[in-house]
Design a protein around this ligand. Structure first.
Ligand code: HEM
Length: 525
């Protein structure tokens, strides 16, 4: 409708509008009347009168100072008064319209035209990963991305309307991975059958969600469920499962994993929260504190690691008398709902025990692999978004009269970034293939070391990439608005990945110790 009112103009006509009282410019074949906007321009009024701007085509200077999304904001969109006769817009900078990016290395190779993969199935196959990816990306771009950007900024929890929308297509259930919990559900409007859903489908979900570029929101978006519900699914009694699982997977109730404490993080045996039985043996009485609990602020259920008479036991604790949560301010958005949890004589039926009493370590170990693998999926995708941002910036930004990418030192940083993300993704795809072919128990036995190494590798390379990206973006890489805002956000939040789900150094050591245990006794040089 708006385009009908736009005038078709020539460059000569635009050139007449070149004074402070009558100021037009052209950006990518679109004519903007910025006369009244001039005094409100965040970059100042005077720059708009610089040589080569008034009445001229300012496309190049515009894109060296602004992201394309500026022109998509309604308050600026309406400054457009016309289009240039015989010209078509050439810039396609929107990355959240469901499309595959054409920027080299902005997508994993299996999504790029003309490349092949042994792992992802074609559109013609029943369980097609490709059709699934198209549906998930469209969904994320349409419903999740706008909410992610808004909530990351205002710090509010992910909108219930988006959680409900995700529940409609069973995204919460699919994020638990393949398994019997998917039985009878219609996944992504039927794009994939529950029995055909595999870890590659799940990888697609994690990676598409990461494209929203909002780390705090990403964790706020039910990641408590991804790590807190599997112990219920795998170790809870049938009665407990029947009560808790449906309300959590439908997005009506929320769950989180509460293991780490101020006293102990990666060292689960150092935990000090205690659970002791009442004399009649029917209840646990839980006392202690938990720290850095993602989604804890609004969680209805807490999967809590406790010290018990027999060792370490995991217990599902509903929000109830004696349990309180308060926010922890971290360097990412409060949209993650990070909590400090206090448990003062919280009374829980013993039926809420997950797994064997004293067998909590098995419950946790089986959970860790999946949690860490999910983090590898998100870390590699996060790095890829940084590669895309840097590829674009170094092409459009000029310094010393040339694009940044004409400098060898910049190209060498790009090369390192690309090599890191490609190696991470390729290793991840291999590990995922192993997971698809192993039982849950086999995964625990054979892949714990591999996944620990992969996570260590992903989070280390992510930090190198963050540092390189800030160098490439300069001051903009540390500025929360404007051209470098994704880079600033990434650089500020990337250390989280190296800590959550097992600290980098601890994981590295775990991988080596596992390898040492498998050394053949007779191996010699
Ligand atoms: C339709 C036309 C324009 C609109 C809507 C617009 C809008 C904006 C906005 C919203 C910002 C704040 C930073 C951001 O969010 O990216 C900004 C900054 C800026 N703008 Fe514009 N602008 C326009 C045209 C221009 C032109 C033609 C120039 C030419 C010199 C210019 C120079 C600047 C500068 C120097 C900054 C500060 C950049 C920084 O802090 O890094 N703008 N503009």
């Amino acid at each position: 409708m708006a385009s009908k009112e736009l005038r078709v103009l020539t460059l000569e006509e635009v050139a007449q509008h070149n004074t402070e009282d009558n100021l037009w410019i052209v950006v990518d074949s679109k004519v903007y009347d910025i006369t009244r906007f001039r005094n409100m321009h965040p970059g100042g009024a005077s720059v708009l009168m610089d040589e080569g701007i008034p009445g001229q085509d300012a496309t190049e200077v515009f894109y060296s100072l602004h992201r394309h999304e500026v022109l998509e904001r309604p308050q600026y969109k309406r400054l457009q008064v016309g289009i240039i006769q015989g010209q078509e817009p050439k810039i396609h900078a929107t990355i959240h319209d469901g499309a595959i990016s054409k920027v080299p290395y902005a997508e994993p190779s299996w999504l790029v035209d003309g490349y092949y993969s042994p792992y992802f199935t074609e559109a013609s196959s029943g369980s097609s990963h490709r059709r699934f990816q198209v549906a998930v990306r469209k969904f994320m771009d349409e419903y999740v991305y706008p909410d992610a950007q808004a909530r990351e900024l205002d710090g509010k929890r992910p909108s219930q309307s988006v959680i409900d929308k995700m529940a409609e297509v069973e995204l919460h259930a699919m994020r638990m991975g393949p398994g019997k919990h998917l039985k009878g559900r219609t996944l992504m409007n039927g794009v994939v059958k529950p029995e055909e859903f595999d870890y590659f489908h799940e990888m697609i979900i994690s990676q598409e969600l990461t494209r929203c570029g909002a780390r705090g929101y990403g964790d706020g978006m039910n990641s408590g469920c991804v790590i807190g519900l599997p112990p219920v699914l795998n170790f809870g009694s049938p009665e407990l499962q029947a009560r808790v699982v449906p309300e959590v997977l439908s997005g009506k109730k929320f769950i989180c994993l509460a293991i780490s404490e101020a006293h102990a993080g990666s060292d689960v045996f150092g935990l000090q929260t205690t659970a002791t039985k009442t004399e009649d043996g029917k209840y646990w009485i839980i006392n202690g504190t938990k720290k850095w609990i993602t989604n804890g602020i609004w969680a209805d259920y807490f999967t809590v690691g406790c010290k018990t008479e027999d060792g370490f036991t995991v217990i599902l604790v509903p929000r109830s008398e004696g349990l309180e949560t308060k926010p922890i301010k971290t360097s990412y958005s409060p949209a993650a709902g990070t909590a400090y949890v206090t448990l003062d004589n919280v009374k829980v039926p013993v039926e809420n025990t997950l797994g064997e009493e004293g067998g909590g370590i098995f419950v946790m170990l089986s959970n860790f692999n999946h949690e860490r693998w999910v983090m590898c999926c998100t870390s590699t995708r996060g790095q890829r978004t940084v590669v895309e941002e840097c590829m674009k910036w170094t092409t459009q930004r000029k310094a010393f009269g040339k694009p940044l990418n004409s400098q060898a030192v910049v190209r060498s940083k790009l090369a390192a970034m690309i090599a890191r993300v490609e190696s991470g993704q390729n290793w991840l795809e291999n590990v995922t293939y192993q997971m698809c072919n192993m039982s849950y128990r086999e995964q625990s036995n054979r892949l714990a070391g591999q996944i620990a190494f992969l996570k260590m590798y992903c989070t280390r390379t992510a930090q190198d990439t963050a540092t390189d990206a800030v160098q490439i973006f300069g001051g903009r890489g540390i500025t929360q608005s404007g051209m470098g805002h994704f880079i600033e956000h990434y650089h500020r939040t990337v250390p989280f990945d190296a800590l959550l789900g097992g600290a980098e150094d601890v994981l590295a050591d775990l991988g080596v110790r596992q390898a040492m245990r498998s050394m053949p006794k007779d191996a010699r040089l």
